[in-house]
Write a protein that binds this ligand. Structure first.
Ligand SMILES: [Zn+2]
Length: 289
């Protein structure tokens, strides 16, 4: 397993200029063509601004436009360091931690954290296929009842995980069939084998072009003929422990961003050394906000 060490990160991004040059390279490539004079050009850095000028006509380009950095006065190397921290942890990074590490205000740290989570959410791609676990859980609020069902203040979270592959999680308003089934059908390709627990909302999946198998958690059954939702349950417990340990509480409003952050790390778990570069690629693809 190869990791992107802090030592390597510091070498790659020793200062603001290194970060800006990377963003320029990501967004304009090796052979940029000037919008002004339509010639293949070299751009020169304009000092003290996050801008470059065409060597022929002097037209300016601003590579940070449409990225999370555009309206931020926080130095780029602090942003990059924050992104590094998000890829170097299993449990996530709290705003308080960012405030300490970056030496910025809490408000600024909070905003940076959420922008990075939004970027991570863009990593969501493609459908799931094969053997797919599907499960729901309740996050936050007070625990009531055996599985904490129906308790007030909890957010319902729904997840699908291809065995050995990617995970996709998101908050849902409830666990009714009419809520969950459309999500399954838009995410999991027909013909897949879906494993669930005994929740009634799943009982019609077998009539929707899927093979369906379930474990009876209520009867103390956790796996049958290789049918289980253990990988998702492992993910839920990591997520919940991290929320308690790192963030203490997450509001329903922001739940999807935190889920995306944990999906991102899970989906790149086999190549942790590529997490940071994947974030860089996502920057290149950022849409206007
Ligand atoms: Zn030009």
């Amino acid at each position: 397993m190869s990791y992107y060490t802090f030592y390597a990160f510091q070498k790659d991004y020793p200062n603001d200029d290194a970060c800006l040059n990377t963003i320029m390279q990501l967004r304009y490539g090796d052979k940029p063509v000037c919008e002004g004079c339509k010639r293949e050009t070299k751009y020169h850095r304009i000092s003290k601004r996050r801008a470059f000028a065409c060597q022929f006509c002097g037209a300016h380009v601003y590579p940070c436009v449409d990225t999370p950095f555009e309206k931020s006065s926080t130095p780029l190397n602090k942003w990059f360091y924050a992104m590094y921290l998000f890829t170097a942890t299993r449990h996530g990074v709290s705003a308080k931690e960012l405030e300490r590490q970056l030496g910025v205000t809490y408000k600024c740290a909070w905003r940076i954290g959420h922008q990075i989570r939004k970027l991570m959410a863009d990593n969501d791609k493609g459908g799931l296929f094969g053997c797919v676990e599907v499960d729901e859980t309740y996050v936050g609020g007070k625990r009531r009842g055996k599985r904490g069902r129906g308790a007030e203040g909890k957010t319902v979270v729904f997840g699908m995980k291809e065995r050995g592959g990617e995970i996709k999680t998101r908050p849902v308003p409830n666990v009714k069939r009419k809520t969950l089934e459309p999500i399954v059908r838009e995410t999991i390709r027909p013909g897949s084998l879906i494993h669930t627990d005994e929740l009634r909302s799943y009982t019609t999946l077998g009539q929707r072009g899927y093979k369906h198998d379930s474990v009876q958690h209520g009867r103390g059954e956790y796996a049958r003929n290789d049918c289980h939702v253990n990988s998702l349950e492992g993910h839920w417990s990591l997520f919940k422990r991290s929320v308690r340990g790192t963030h203490v509480h997450i509001s329903a409003k922001h739940m999807s961003k935190y889920l995306s952050e944990f999906d991102f790390r899970h989906n790149l778990r086999k190549s942790p050394g590529n997490m940071f570069s994947r974030l860089m690629e996502l920057l290149r693809e950022t849409q206007p906000v």
